[in-house]
Ligand binder design. Structure first.
Ligand SMILES: [Zn+2]
Length: 152
C-alpha cells in the first residue's frame, strides 16, 4: 500500500512538472497538440533521468553492501591463538588471519615475531562398537549392583 502511494505521488509530481514545464509552448503561440507533445517529451525525459538516477543509487548501495560483506568476512576469518615469543618465550594472545603473513609484537620484550602455522593430519576413525551397543553396555554397567567384598 505504501509503495502504491509513493508511486502515485511520484507520477503525480512528474505530471505536474511536465504540465508546468510545457506552459511556455502555449505562451509562445503553440497549439494544444504542441503542448501535449511537449508534455509527453518532458514525462519521458523525467522517467529516463529517474531511471539513470536509480541505477546509480542502486550501484552505490551495492558497493556499500559489498564493503559490509567484506568487513564481516574479515571479522569472521580473524582467529585468536596463544603462542610463545621466539625471543623470550612469553605467551602472547595474538590475532591471526589464515592465508596471510601474521606478525605480532611481544608484550614482554617488544620484539616482532612472525607466526608460522603448521598443520598435522589425523585419520578419521569409526568406533569398533556401534554407539547403540555402547549405550546398552553402559546402562547395564550402571544397573549392576555393587558386590560387597570381604574386607582384606
Ligand atoms: Zn618476547
Amino acid at each position: 500500500m505504501a509503495k502504491f502511494i509513493v508511486v502515485t505521488i511520484s507520477l503525480g509530481l512528474i505530471l505536474i512538472v511536465s504540465m508546468i514545464g510545457s506552459l511556455p509552448v502555449l505562451l509562445w503561440g503553440g497549439t494544444g497538440s504542441d503542448y501535449f507533445a511537449t508534455c509527453c517529451i518532458l514525462i519521458a525525459l523525467q522517467l529516463f533521468i529517474g531511471k539513470i538516477w536509480n541505477y546509480f543509487i542502486d550501484k552505490r548501495l551495492d558497493i556499500h553492501l559489498e564493503q559490509a560483506k567484506a568487513s564481516s568476512l574479515l571479522a569472521e576469518s580473524l582467529q585468536y591463538l596463544s603462542t610463545n615469543c621466539a625471543y623470550c618465550g612469553t605467551t602472547n594472545l595474538v590475532q591471526i588471519i589464515v592465508g596471510k603473513d601474521n606478525t605480532f609484537e611481544c608484550t614482554a620484550c617488544k620484539q616482532k615475531n612472525l607466526i608460522m602455522i603448521e598443520t598435522s593430519c589425523a585419520r578419521i576413525t569409526t568406533p569398533v562398537i556401534p554407539k547403540a551397543d555402547l549405550n546398552s553396555i553402559f546402562s547395564s554397567i550402571d544397573n549392576t549392583p555393587e558386590k560387597e567384598t570381604d574386607g582384606e
